[in-house]
Every structure is written in C-alpha cells, then in structure tokens.
Design a binder for this molecule. Structure first.
Ligand code: SF4
Length: 357
C-alpha cells in the first residue's frame, strides 16, 4: 500500500465543502471572528495561538480573557512587569511560552511599531513563533495563503489521504497533502475549519464520519478504519522521578524562591526542593537544618518528559528567623497571587489540608 493514497475528489471540492460547513458550524471562540466578520485582531490570534500550544481550548479561555483585559495590545504587554505576566500565566504550564510571549511583544513594539508582521518569513523570526504558529497567524489574522498543520489537522489529513507512515516521519507527507487542499482564498477560514473538524467531528476516537462534510473524499472512511490514523510508533514510557518539596512557615508566611532562569519551570516562583529534574531524583537534602516533619501525603505530577512524586517536609520557624538563601516570605492569605506552577499549588493544597502548619 502506498504511504499516501489519493482522494477521489479534487482539492477544490474538499475546500469548498469544508468552508460551506464552516459557514454554518464555526465554533464561537473569544479570539475568533466568525465567517463574514473580517479578520481577527492579530494580537488576539497571536496570543491565543501561543496559549493553545499543547493546551486545550477549554483551559485557555479564562487566561485569554485575563490577558486581553489586563494587557489589551502589544504595547501594554511589552510594558508589563515580567513577574506579573508569569504569575498570570501560572497554571497554564510550559512556562517558556510566557517568557517568549514577553520577548516577542517587546520585539514587536521595538522593531515593528507594535504591529505584528503579516508574512510567515517575518513572523518566524520572532521569539516563540515556530512554523505552525507563523502559518496560523499569516492565514487567520491576515488572510495569506499558508499551510496550517496542528495536531487536529494532522489527524484529519492523515485520515483523508490514509497516510500510513507513522508520525513524526509522516509530517512532510501530511504537510504536502494539506498544501494540496489549501485554497488561495479564505485561507484563515479554511485553517480554522480544519481545526474545528478535527476538534469535533474527526475526533481521536470514534470520528462521526456520517456527518462529516468531506466524507466522500476520505480514504480512511472508505477503508473503514479511520481510527488507525495518524499512525504512531509505540510510545516509550516516561521516566519516573521522586524528590522532596519543603514548606518553611514563619508567622503566617511561607518561604518562596524564584527558580533558575534555565531549566524546568525556569523563572517561576516556587517552594524549595531537593534538586530533582527530569534526569535525576532529588537528593533528600533540605535547604536548611531544622525540625522537619514529613507529611503522610505525597503529591504526584506529570511533566512533558517525566512523572514525579514528591514527599513534603514542613517546618515552622520563629517570627524573626531569616529564610535560607535568596527568596521571600510570602503571606499565606495571598498564596493564590504568588503565581505558583501547578505542582507547587498541589503541594500547597496538601500542606494546608493536612493542617500541619
Ligand atoms: Fe475524519 Fe471520518 Fe471525515 Fe474522514 S470521513 S475526515 S475520518 S470524520
């Protein structure tokens, strides 16, 4: 069987059918303009695309609203305090995106007068913008023809053309196949129509082929096996790490530090730990000699490349004690404003629930 099968319709038919379906069924999203309403604000498209990288639409909505209310354009975001932006991003994960977001906003203001460039080649030079994001912005915000391939589009196209090469080797085939069906006009609507199809009808499990607007062109539907696409190599298991997180309390404050600018959760506010990373377990050496009490509860967390289980050790210090190393005493009553990443929020909850402070 060839790695890529032909559809039995021409590419124009596929785009036409998909766009007609999109005109009626487009999802309403806070960053989107519906068909016929013109192009969406480039700032909104950029912000949402960065937030949506490896994150679901449902999770992004509230963050998008907070960011656009607090920083309504590139100029406002470029002038923001780094710590405020990192705190507003807390919980969304993949924190390198937030740091690149700030860098990108500042370049857009300093080099492009606060207006995002519209060509993919220029967009690709900006921090945090890779090929997918550049194509999506060029198409959705500026109507330029671009080949936009996210995970949803990858699934739809690999089924449409029955691409049997496993990912990631299939990516060039999928891109070429997507290119072959991408129209010159309404490029942004087409990209969003493909994303919607993948997010709804052409779902990972049990695609709803009977109501699919491009069913008659779909090679996988004809073969009766859409679920086997996109083909994937068996996954290797994530490594598992263990370590400790330390809770030092003093007079209704807890000791927080700022993580290194490089590595996991770089630059984020955090509780002290014992040095675990994706590659090594923690060394169980606390940040200071003290009367540490180990909580019975452990906290589990899954990062992109490894899973982690942490033990929690707590200690209570006199009101005038200095903290260990660099950091700050943060009031317990406003811990929700500290912008702690999800792992440390889970630890905080475990400590507060244990009532061991
Ligand atoms: Fe996906 Fe089924 Fe439509 Fe093919 S027919 S694109 S498998 S929903």
């Amino acid at each position: 069987m060839p790695a890529v099968q032909q559809t039995d319709q021409n590419s124009g038919d596929i785009a036409e059918r998909l766009l007609a379906h999109y005109d009626v069924h487009a999802r309403t999203l806070p960053w989107r303009k519906l068909p016929g309403q013109g192009f969406a604000d480039p700032y909104h498209v950029w912000l949402s695309e960065i937030m949506l990288q490896q994150t679901t639409v449902a999770a992004v909505g509230a963050y998008f609203r907070t960011f656009t209310q607090t920083w309504p354009n590139f100029a406002a975001l470029a002038a923001a305090d780094d710590a405020d932006v990192m705190a507003a991003w807390a919980g969304l994960g993949y924190y390198a995106r937030a740091r690149n977001l700030l860098k990108c906003a500042r370049v857009v203001v300093s080099e492009y007068q606060g207006q995002l460039p519209s060509y993919e080649a220029d967009l690709l030079k900006l921090p945090g913008i890779g090929p997918y994001t550049a194509a999506a912005i060029a198409a959705i915000a500026f109507g330029r023809r671009a080949v936009v391939v996210d995970a949803n589009v990858e699934r739809v196209v690999s089924r449409l053309f029955a691409i049997s090469t496993p990912l990631p080797q299939a990516k060039p085939h999928i891109r070429a196949a997507t290119d072959s069906i991408s129209p010159e006009l309404r490029a942004g609507d087409f990209a969003q129509a493909m994303m919607d199809l993948g997010a709804g009808i052409c779902s990972v499990r049990s695609p709803s082929c009977l109501i699919c607007p491009i069913q008659s062109a779909c090679a996988a539907f004809r073969a009766g096996n859409p679920e086997i696409y996109p083909a994937k190599l068996p996954k290797s298991a994530k490594p598992h790490r263990s370590g400790h997180v330390y809770w030092i309390e003093r007079d209704n404050h807890v000791w927080l530090l700022r993580r290194d600018d490089r590595g996991l959760l770089a630059g984020m506010r955090a509780l002290p730990d014992d040095g675990w990373t994706a590659r090594i377990d923690g060394d169980a050496i606390p940040p200071a000699a003290a009367n540490w009490q180990k909580l019975p509860a452990q906290v589990a967390h899954i990062f992109t490349h490894f899973s982690l289980t942490v033990n929690i050790a707590v200690t209570s210090w006199p009101a005038d004690a200095d903290g260990p190393g660099e950091g700050e005493w943060w009031p317990l009553k406003s811990l929700d404003k500290a912008g702690l990443p999800t792992l440390f929020r889970k630890v905080t909850e475990a400590v507060l629930n244990a009532g061991e402070r």
